[in-house]
Design a protein around this ligand. Structure first.
Ligand code: XMP
Length: 561
């Protein structure tokens, strides 16, 4: 009998929008601990024959990246590639199966994207999702038509074949997420129906050769049991072992980095953020003192942050760090500057100048290490992002290579954020560094409205410190994408101990988000907000009023400037 799954756990009530990341993040942490304990792991090598890849062919769906994430959650390596990638690029990946994503086109559109014949000729299992399924049905002699009714959103799926390996362990009826106009009206020869919904008689189909099609989207969180479908396909049907572990990733990367770098030298800018914090010790493990890390303190970091970064890398990881305290230079560049774009540009340019000066002191350097992640790689190849209107000039280390003559080395280029965290844990990085919330390159300069001065930085740091402590004490730090204080240039009248005050207004912002593209303000408990406000007023000089920012993104952005 197939196992039945219990209903998903209820999310904390500070969320209005549920996010898949938070479920994954805690699962990954437990998994990493289970696998590795608290200690850095040993590095078992994976023989080349044991490497296995699920290839996700991208037909342009907005959810393609999510498919890749779901496969990785099964601890199986996968790559997302354009639907028309030729076989000679696929074969070296040692594919064990294909997943065909959805996409906006109809199979009857002129030039509609269709899979190449190798997906059938390779005799590997295939799972087509939405357009992926329709494209296969069209190829294999079935019929696809405009549905009488379009289906968007939740619908109930009923299993008609509970013995199918793809559907093992699923309840006999379950909510799934549909988003389609076309549908199959006649099955290709050899296929049968495995599940149906009210408007889709062929909601899940399959044949004996291991080719499956799903009309709905198992990759989105709204399909509650989608994860089981991926596990069934990847582990049972494709026979993957699920050996894509942080330890294997580390040993693989160490070999690759050694090969690539040879006798060359590598420089890496540490920002204090998770990505460079994981990339640096990974490269260090491969090439030791051929790597030099540069950590520039721009004077715009949170309280105790420079000390924390230095402690982690110098003391815990015994890495060699060039530390540059450039506070004076940055504050000089920001003198009397109030325009947000000017602040961003000045901080970014100053950073590049200092980095160039420091790198020049090191002699000949061949490579620049960067913590680029898979979502950045996928986004930078997607045409939609090119037309985006500029809202803010983001400053990060990504601005460096354009001006400097380095070859890039990006060991995290095929990882998602939660995988990076697991690798960091396996490398022995402390948890508080791994779970650090994102922090912008221009630092506190864009959280001070108006001029950035030493005095105003100290006020903001003091308020921000209290906020952080209270959020951490309430055990909400990891559930929030970001939480921070903003020092405004508004002053208002107050009364303290029978005296009139005329102090600054400090804003508190806490948000939930999946990817920072959109965000919702967090429904923090009122008593927590009260405690934060009381403490800021009582402990931070010159602040006499605290407000909570209840604006989502859009229309606001996450940072105030
Ligand atoms: P916004 O304010 O645009 O922020 O909604 C989106 C996310 O990006 C972070 N952010 C930055 N990160 N350099 C960075 O590395 C920057 O210049 C920068 N500006 C904003 C912000 O904290 C949020 O997570």
């Amino acid at each position: 009998m197939p196992r039945r799954k219990s209903s998903p756990e209820k999310k904390p009530d500070i969320y209005r929008v549920t996010t898949s990341d938070d479920i994954e993040v805690s699962t990954y942490l437990e998994l990493a601990k289970e696998l590795h304990g608290e200690q850095p792991v040993a590095e078992p090598k994976l023989p080349p024959g044991e490497r296995e890849t699920i290839v996700v062919l991208d037909f342009g769906s907005q959810y393609s990246m999510l498919i890749a994430r779901r496969v990785r959650e099964c601890q199986v390596y996968c790559e997302l590639v354009p639907y028309d990638t030729p076989w000679d690029k696929i074969a070296p990946l040692n594919p064990r199966g294909f997943i065909l994503s959805g996409g906006p086109a109809s199979v009857y559109d002129p030039g509609a994207p269709l899979p190449l014949p190798y997906i059938y000729e390779s005799h590997l299992p295939v799972m087509g999702i939405c357009h992926g399924m329709l494209a296969m049905a069209h190829h294999l002699g079935g019929r696809v038509d405009r549905g009488a009714k379009h289906e968007y959103g939740h619908t109930i799926l009923h299993l008609s074949d509970e013995e199918s390996p793809l559907l093992e362990g699923l309840p006999s009826s379950m909510p799934v997420w549909m988003s389609h106009g076309d549908q199959i009206t006649e099955l290709p020869p050899g296929f049968r129906t495995l599940a149906y919904s009210e408007n889709s008689p062929y909601a899940v189909v399959g044949n004996d050769a291991g080719i499956y099609g799903l009309q709905f989207h198992p990759e989105v969180v709204h399909t509650a049991d989608g994860k089981t479908i991926f596990q069934n396909f990847v582990l049972k049907i494709c026979g993957c072992k699920g050996n894509w572990t942080p330890a294997n990733f580390i040993s693989d990367s160490v070999d690759k980095i050694k090969d690539k770098v040879g006798d060359g030298r590598v420089v890496c800018a540490l920002s204090g953020g998770v990505d460079s914090a994981v990339a640096a010790p990974l490269i260090d493990r491969a090439i030791g003192n051929k790597l030099t890390c540069i950590f520039i303190n721009n004077g715009l970091l949170r309280r105790d942050e420079p000390e924390r970064v230095l402690n982690t890398f110098k003391r815990n990881l015994k890495m060699d760090i060039v530390y540059v305290d450039a506070t004076d230079r940055f504050l000089d560049r920001l003198k009397e500057v109030t325009d947000p774009e000017q602040k961003r540009l000045r901080v970014g340019n100053e950073f590049i100048s200092i980095f160039e000066e420091e790198a020049a002191k090191l002699g000949k350097i061949d490579f620049l290490a960067q913590g680029t992640l898979y979502p950045d790689v996928i986004e930078s190849t997607s045409p939609e992002t090119k037309a985006a209107v500029k809202i803010k000039s983001h400053h990060n280390v990504g601005g460096l290579p354009a001006r400097m003559n380095f070859t890039l080395i990006e060991p995290l280029r095929f990882l998602f954020k939660d995988e990076v965290r697991n690798v960091g844990l396996a490398l022995g990085l402390p948890e508080d560094m791994i779970w650090r919330q994102p922090f912008p390159g221009p630092g506190l300069s864009i959280r001070i409205i108006g001029e950035v001065t030493r005095e105003r930085l100290e006020i903001l740091r003091a308020g921000d410190w209290i906020l952080m402590n209270e959020i951490k004490n309430a055990k909400l730090y990891r559930q929030l994408w970001q939480s921070f204080a903003v020092l405004t240039d508004v002053r208002s009248v107050g009364v303290m101990g029978d005296y009139r005050t005329y102090g600054y207004l400090m804003a508190v912002r806490a948000i939930t988000s999946e990817d920072a593209m959109t965000a919702d303000w967090a429904r923090l408990p009122h008593d927590l907000l009260a405690r934060i406000s009381d403490r800021i007023i009582n402990e931070v000089p010159n602040v006499n009023r605290v407000v909570y920012d209840i604006t989502s993104k859009p229309p606001a952005t996450i940072e105030w400037e």
